[in-house]
Design a protein. Structure first.
Length: 169
């Protein structure tokens, strides 16, 4: 990592469905399939940023998976608990306007609906099953990460348990 280059915070999300499909977008500028995500604005939390980016890029409403340790929150002192990311990557971005890094906070999310709508950044957006990603153009490290999500049974059990619990409430 080049310490001279600026670092920008981003938030991205693997959006899951109970039928074991993952939401991917075809990024117009990069020409590859990725998870939805983008820059964290100075006035928002990473949790809010990932949900906003998912909605803006795909039209999908989502919820972040995971349990919040609410015992650490303190309303009087204005202390809030945020979700722990699934992974954090530092990715070099060779932008002609200026090389920099994205410190990408990657979350696991559950889709609350399934109707995708692409926008000007995104060429296409849709849910893919494990068997459907073989021929997709993906960054090599993203392919590894995506395979890990599909293979990790604990992720799918957590998603199913939290989906059932939310519906039952």
């Amino acid at each position: 990592m080049d310490p001279r280059l600026p670092k920008q915070w981003t938030a991205s999300g693997f959006v899951l469905r109970p039928d074991r499909k993952v939401l991917l977008i075809h990024h117009r500028k990069l020409g590859v399939w990725l998870y939805p995500g983008g820059h964290i604005e100075s006035t928002e939390s990473p949790d809010a940023a990932v949900l906003r980016e998912i909605s803006e890029e795909t039209g999908i409403q989502a919820r972040i998976l995971g349990v919040l340790d609410t015992a650490l929150a303190d309303a009087e002192a204005d202390v809030h608990v945020l979700h722990t990311p699934y992974r954090v990557l530092c990715e070099r971005i060779n932008d002609p306007k200026g090389h920099h890094y994205h410190i990408d906070l990657i979350y696991l999310c559950v889709a609350l609906d399934t109707d995708c709508v692409a926008n000007n950044e995104v060429h296409a957006a849709r849910f893919f099953g494990r068997e459907e990603i073989t021929d997709l153009k993906l960054f090599p490290n993203f392919r590894v990460l995506l395979q890990r999500v599909f293979e990790d049974e604990s992720i799918w059990r957590t998603m199913e348990a939290q989906t059932v619990r939310k519906v039952a409430v």
